[in-house]
Each structure stands twice: as structure tokens, then as C-alpha cells.
Design a protein around this ligand. Structure first.
Ligand SMILES: [Zn+2]
Length: 479
């Protein structure tokens, strides 16, 4: 039996998302700490000084509810925080405030490739600080420093059921989730900035024997690619164990970027290793229906809904459309260009080929893109002023310089030659100087037609209207 068919991966994700609130979860310190000097956004509350009292931010609840609703969850009206006790140097209080027994939202789902991945729960919690090691790594560091700026930054933890069936599906799940986070303005979803972090657990079922391996947790994956790569690696490693009849240890492993492997970090602790107990300083939070309904009304169109609308209204292909809707700004730009040009398919084509190609080659922020760029370039092509090939060059130059396509065409004298008399004159000259090719063509070698088109184009420096060239050559060669 084929290996991939016999051994089925069972994958669940735990994703921490930084909520884009102005303040931290339980105090008024700024939560936007990514670029700040260490320990400049801290106070007695978020660093857990004796006597300091935490007060939960309602903005955190607003964003959490919005996220829960967007992921089709049931919102729990009653929330109570708990203390998760453990010791680590980046956790000055010695505990983390989190919703263990009463999560904000439960029982949702997110559709990936037509399959529902169930969301078990979404709960709110605070982030811990960050250790900075002198030198390259923790084991050889002479000393370590603690930056507490992240202490108390509000997070939503999204826990899925183990419904994901492949490493690729895990990556797509993450991409879809990030797209939603950005659409609803709940989080930047920037993995490089720590605003989205993913732990994955994977086990493998041997479908022949029905046996399932122990679960392994993989941490430290800070890009969607790495999530996929680490899970692929882990799948192969577990299958190898199963094939040799070895036990798979229940443990936590980390993704090592330089070796492209996972390495054991520690054996997995169970929930009861953390002593949880109710947070005594924060009274329970009860949300009313009005609060939730108000938030529901602000969610707006989600990427999946937009995708369906684009396919139905513009007649586009589902596979291509995801690239147009994944990023809300790109989707907005596309719609604006379609509205102004009335050419949904042509505009989509320019986005998917030329725009994305340039995004790949240049820094996105330095390119000048507007809906009018597409409209002008498409119109210049449609009215025969420039050929499609010229249009591509003009488009690129427009994005690099900020000059509009019309202006570029005028300044460079790029106008397409559509002068029938001139083209006919050149075509005759080409035919006269290639008697052999003409003979072969007339004897039935149709493929040579392109050769004549090419020669005429070359004579006119690529500026001739290809349609006119084709018509004239047809007339001259086939009569
Ligand atoms: Zn604070």
C-alpha cells in the first residue's frame, strides 16, 4: 500500500493572534510595542507589581467578539479570567491571565478548500515578555535581558479541532485566517512581527491497523511556509517510527530554520501541570446581546464572501480570484478599476500577471499603483494606440515612475503604427526580399506566416498594429 495513502496525518493548530487594541489587556500602556525601546511601555499593572489592579479593556472584548463571529463561533456572554501559574523569567508575575474555563467564543469553523475545519475555542489572554540573549543563542549566552514591553499585550488564542488533513492544508488555513483578521481589522497578522504565532500538533493514523501515534507539538514557526515544512518533516519522521514499529514520543519540538528539521525541546506538559485558579482581581465580564449585535453589524464582507461575489458578478475563475481577494486593499483596487473600465476580465488579467509580477520584483511600497493606471493602459490598448506588448512596458514604467500611461506614450512617441499604406509598403518589401520563404509558404508550410509577421514588425521597430500587419500579409501572401 502506498505510504501517503496508508498513513494519514491528523493536524490541529493553536494560533496566537495579537489584537490591534490601542492599550494593553489590563492597563493603559500602549499595546503597539513592536518598534519601541525595551521596557518603555510598561507600568505596575502589566509588570505585576504588588497592589496593582488589572482592569480589562473593553476594546479587547470588542475585537475578540468580532473575531469569534467572523469564525462562526458561539459567543459566550459570561467570561471569567484565570491565572495560569508557571515560572519563566519573561513572566514577572509568575502567572499569566487567561480564559481557561470560560473562553470568549466556542464551536466555530473556517472553510478550507471546501472542508470545514472546526474551531474548538477562542480565548483572550495576555502575552508574556521577551528574553534577549547576549550572543547568538541561549545556551552560550553570558547573560540574558528581559524586555517587558509585550507583557500584557492582548492576545486571542484560536484552537482548532484536529481536522486538518495535510501540511499544505495547515498553511492554507493560516493564510485564510490572516486574510480574515485583516479584513475585520482585528490584527495585523504579521508573523514576522510576532502578531501571529502558530503551534501545531500532529499525529499519524495507520489506516491499515487503525493505530494512531502519539501527538507531537511543533513550535517556533514564524512563517506560513515553515508551518508547512515543519509539518511535512514531522509527518515523515513519525511515519518512519511507525514503519519501524517504534513508539513516537509525546513531546514538544521546535522548527530549526538552519537545519530545516525539528528538534526536541521538552516532553509535553499536561494542562494540570499549570495550576489554574480564578483571577481574584478581575470580576467576571458579562456581555449583553446589544453589545454583540452592534459588533456583528460592523463585520462587513469577508474574503470568502467576496470571492463568491467576484466569481458570480465578474465571471472569473475561483482559483485565480483568491489572489484578488486575499488582501483587502488589492480587492478594493480591483473593484475600483473594474468600475472605471467596465472590463472585469481584462483587469483581472493585468492584476494576476503584470501587477503581481512587479510586486515580486520590486518593493511594493515603492510602486505607484492606482485604479487609473489600469484603466488608461487598457484603453490605450483597446483603441489601438499601443500593442499589448507595448502596454506591458508602459504599465511597468508607470508603476516605477508614477507617470500615467498616456503621458509615457506621448513623451516616448510610442504610438502604434496603424498606417495601412506604410505597413503594406514594408510588407511588400519583406516579401520581395524573401522569395524562397514565399515559395515554401505557398507550397503549404503555413507556419512560415509568423516569420513574415516578425520581419514586418522588426522593420517597424515593433510599433505596428499586429492586427493590421496580419490582415495585409494575409491579403498579399494568400492571393
Ligand atoms: Zn501597563
Amino acid at each position: 500500500m502506498e505510504k501517503a495513502k496508508r498513513y494519514k496525518p491528523v493536524i490541529g493548530l493553536e494560533i496566537h493572534v495579537q489584537l490591534s487594541t490601542k492599550t494593553k489587556a489590563f492597563c493603559n500602556c500602549s499595546a503597539d510595542v513592536f518598534d519601541l525601546e525595551p521596557n518603555t511601555s510598561i507600568c505596575p499593572v502589566c509588570t505585576g507589581q504588588p497592589g496593582a489592579l488589572p482592569v480589562p479593556s473593553m476594546e479587547m472584548f470588542e475585537l475578540g467578539v468580532r473575531l469569534g463571529l467572523a469564525l462562526n463561533c458561539k459567543i459566550n456572554r459570561y467570561s471569567r479570567f484565570d491565572r495560569k501559574n508557571y515560572f519563566y523569567p519573561d513572566l514577572p508575575k509568575g502567572y499569566q491571565i487567561t480564559q481557561f474555563f470560560y473562553p470568549l467564543a466556542e464551536h466555530g469553523f473556517l472553510e478550507v478548500e471546501g472542508k470545514r475545519v472546526r474551531i474548538r475555542r477562542i480565548h483572550l489572554e495576555e502575552d508574556a515578555g521577551k528574553l534577549m540573549h547576549a550572543g547568538d543563542n541561549i545556551t552560550e549566552a553570558d547573560y540574558s535581558l528581559v524586555d517587558m514591553n509585550r507583557c500584557g499585550v492582548p492576545l486571542a488564542e484560536i484552537v482548532t479541532e484536529p481536522d486538518i488533513e495535510s501540511p499544505e492544508q495547515a498553511r492554507i488555513f493560516m493564510e485564510k485566517l490572516r486574510s480574515i483578521l485583516r479584513y475585520i481589522g482585528v490584527s495585523s497578522g504579521d508573523m514576522e512581527k510576532g502578531a501571529m504565532r502558530c503551534d501545531a500538533n500532529i499525529s499519524v493514523v495507520d489506516t491499515l491497523t487503525g493505530k494512531q501515534s502519539n501527538k507531537v507539538e511543533v513550535k517556533n514557526m514564524n512563517s506560513f511556509r515553515f508551518v508547512e515544512k515543519a509539518l511535512e518533516y514531522e509527518y515523515e519522521r513519525i511515519v518512519e517510527h511507525l514503519e519501524k514499529g517504534l513508539d513516537v514520543e509525546r513531546e514538544t519540538r521546535g522548527w530549526n530554520l538552519s537545519t530545516k528539521t525539528t528538534v526536541s525541546m521538552r516532553s509535553k506538559e499536561e494542562a494540570h501541570d499549570y495550576r489554574y485558579f480564578p483571577e481574584p482581581d478581575i470580576p467576571p465580564v458579562v456581555l449583553d446581546d446589544e453589545f454583540i449585535e452592534k459588533i456583528k453589524a460592523t463585520i462587513g464582507e469577508l474574503p470568502e464572501q467576496r470571492l463568491k461575489r467576484f466569481v458570480e458578478t465578474y465571471g472569473l475563475n475561483t482559483k485565480e480570484v483568491w489572489a484578488l481577494v486575499e488582501d483587502k486593499e488589492i480587492g478594493d483596487l480591483y473593484e475600483e478599476a473594474v468600475k472605471k473600465s467596465g472590463e472585469p476580465k481584462e483587469v483581472a488579467n493585468w492584476f494576476l500577471t503584470e501587477l503581481f509580477r512587479l510586486y515580486g520584483e520590486y518593493e511594493k511600497e515603492k510602486l505607484f499603483v492606482s485604479a487609473d493606471t489600469f484603466v488608461e493602459v487598457i484603453n490605450l490598448m483597446k483603441d489601438g494606440t499601443i500593442s499589448r506588448n507595448m502596454a506591458k512596458d508602459v504599465f511597468q514604467e508607470s508603476l516605477l515612475t508614477g507617470k500615467m500611461p498616456k503621458q509615457i506614450v506621448e513623451e516616448k512617441g510610442l504610438k502604434q503604427i496603424d498606417d495601412t499604406a506604410l505597413i503594406e509598403q514594408i510588407a511588400k518589401k519583406v516579401i520581395e526580399s524573401h522569395p524562397k520563404e514565399v515559395e515554401t509558404f505557398k507550397a503549404g508550410k503555413e507556419g512560415l506566416f509568423g516569420f513574415f509577421v516578425g520581419q514586418v514588425m522588426k522593420e517597424l521597430k515593433g510599433k505596428a498594429n499586429p492586427k493590421t500587419v496580419n490582415e495585409i500579409l494575409n491579403k498579399l501572401l494568400r492571393n
